[in-house]
Design a protein around this ligand. Structure first.
Ligand SMILES: Cc1cc2nc3c(=O)[nH]c(=O)nc-3n(C[C@H](O)[C@H](O)[C@H](O)COP(=O)(O)O)c2cc1C
Length: 158
């Protein structure tokens, strides 16, 4: 990609069946890989995934492990996060885990709930509404089925 003159390489990972990028992020998940990539190419590198604290972001940038950092879910919860970060007012971000109350059900639908929650909140933000913080996974699941039908609950392959 570097040889083809691409402007920026973003490092994240996983798939929707095994979404490693959706981990709860104790430190940045892909920083090791970025460090290796940076030794190989001059193209600017951005690491996305797992940045939750100002200290973590500062460390990744000042160590030179990555040129830029990407924020996904924290930015959905707090769209003004970059401003807070610049003003030194960023509080550590904790991502919620939504449970159906049944662990046998949480297991197969866990990654679906994780994605669906943030998709639904992005739609709310786009419509000028504040994000919702449900107590359980049920409102998220019901909205998903309402919008996409029961097939949304069948794990996707590939
Ligand atoms: C609702 C949602 C949709 C996403 N869609 C994509 C996608 O289409 N392609 C992709 O490469 N990553 C996608 N991601 C992954 C994010 O880009 C990012 O790598 C991941 O959430 C880890 O960053 P975070 O810990 O800051 O959330 C998605 C994440 C969420 C929450």
């Amino acid at each position: 990609m570097a040889k083809r003159g691409i402007d920026l390489i973003e490092i994240s990972g996983g798939s929707y069946e095994n979404p490693k990028m959706m981990g709860n992020g104790q430190g940045a998940t892909f920083i090791e890989y970025a460090r290796m990539a940076k030794q190989t190419v001059n193209t600017p590198i951005v690491v996305t995934g797992g940045f939750r604290t100002e200290e973590g972001i500062e460390a990744a940038l000042s160590n030179g492990d990555t040129d830029l950092i990407g924020l996904a879910r924290p930015l959905i919860l707090q769209p003004d996060l970059p401003e807070k970060l610049i003003n030194g007012q960023m509080q550590p971000i904790k991502l919620r885990h939504f449970s159906t109350g049944w662990s046998w059900l949480d297991h197969p639908v866990g990654s679906l709930i994780g994605l669906a929650y943030y998709e639904q909140q992005m739609a709310r933000l786009a419509n000028g509404k504040p994000i919702k913080q449900p107590r359980t996974a049920w409102p998220i699941l019901l909205k998903t089925v309402e919008e996409q039908g029961l097939q949304a609950l069948i794990p996707r392959r590939g």
